[in-house]
Write a protein of this length. Structure first.
Length: 133
């Protein structure tokens, strides 16, 4: 990966963090490849397979009371590990308490082409290529 490509991915990581923190669906949508795929690790047919399927998921979470604050972003090659603390009714189990969640985003041509969700940071870090860090 060239230094220029790394700069692009770092810039995407900063934009992702800002868009998620602001819950700005327009900004999030602008960062997504039209054919972005989102699902659990290793799913050959993830439930979301386009920008038009991902954005309503974010919208629904927000409407249900979920809020996410970004706790970390780590760039590794073409991947971005995003740590978040999720609160509100949209948190897992329907509780109002805070829960930690991670996503690994794969960037291609300056856009997020894949989103993989995790409940465990070590598993997310391995998926991103960080080992067990």
């Amino acid at each position: 990966m060239t230094p220029g490509e790394q700069c692009v991915i770092r810039d995407v990581a900063a934009q992702v963090a800002a868009a998620l923190a602001a819950a700005d669906l327009t900004a999030i949508g602008a960062l997504l490849d039209p054919q972005v795929r989102w699902g659990p690790p290793g799913d050959p047919a993830p439930p979301c397979r386009s920008r038009d399927q991902v954005l309503p998921w974010y919208r629904q979470g927000r409407a249900s009371g979920a809020r996410a604050s970004v706790t970390e972003t780590v760039v590794v090659g073409d991947k971005i590990l995003v740590g978040m603390q999720v609160t509100g009714r949209g948190a897992a189990g329907g509780r109002d308490g805070a829960e930690d969640r991670w996503q690994v985003l794969t960037v291609r041509n300056g856009l997020v082409a894949e989103i993989v969700g995790f409940d465990d940071r070590a598993e997310a870090a391995r998926w991103a290529g960080l080992g067990g860090i």
